[in-house]
Design a protein around this ligand. Sequence first.
Ligand code: CO8
Length: 260
Amino acid sequence: MTYSNILVEYHEQIATVTINRPKALNALNTVTLQELSQVVHDLANNSSIRVVILTGSGEKAFVAGADIAEMNTKTPMEARSFSQLGQRLMNLIESLPQPVIAAINGFALGGGLELAMACDIRLAGENARFGQPEVNLGIPAGFGGTQRLPRLVGSGRASEILLTADLFDAQEAFRMGLVNRVYPKEDLQEQAMAMAKRIASKAPIAVQLTKSAIYKGANMDLISGQDYEAEVFALTFHTEDRKNGFRAFLEKTQTEFLGK
Ligand code: CO8
């Protein structure tokens, strides 16, 4: 399937999804949000894909936010629908069975940072710049940023970022735990692919259940989260991969995980 604003490339068991509106710094308009939702929906049903990389096209931006030109003409009701379209996309990414790595290759602002925060792992090029500049435009963040940012970096730091609209660089994002690693910009995509391959080589059902336990647990109390963990732990004991993984360890050999 071809999209006007999204590129999808497949490399063995890894899908790279690129937001492709470089002239608008990959800003998220309605079409891009809809296409991305369709891509994520399709990937959720594609069991041959084990890891997804999400990135932006061009040298300058991951995503510079929701599309300001498009939003400018919206009525309050249309703005609500647009916010909910973005929120649904972020939730869809978070609940995708496969892990998603954000390769942040430049500006990740507003809806762009919100998109990165819906991913499981964030890797940044050293040229990346981050921020939630919505209050400069007279709006609050609207794709989940007021909720995910405090959960990721704590409410004090999140409040500063959301209320001042100050931009910050990749090293600062790293120091506050918002990104996992920072790479020279020319190494970013290669490093994202290397990490994706490492994850893709692990037992896929265990990987997906781990993601699910992290994601579900974030919205549960500790005891309920542990109950869920015990359930998914037990589930893996039905799998061939669990048996083969244990056997390989005990026999000091290697196994290739098949996802069953
Ligand atoms: N939307 C639309 N177009 C954009 C956006 C954007 N968010 N960002 C950049 N562009 C366009 C510019 O208009 C410009 O287009 P043109 O060449 O036709 O004039 C092109 O991309 C290149 O941008 P600049 O010339 O501005 O490039 P600079 O290097 O000078 O500046 C910046 C780069 C600093 C990233 C600058 O473009 C900028 O500040 N962009 C806007 C950043 C921003 O405010 N993002 C937040 C948007 S609001 C948001 O994301 C809310 C999400 C929830 C919404 C739900 C509520 C309804």
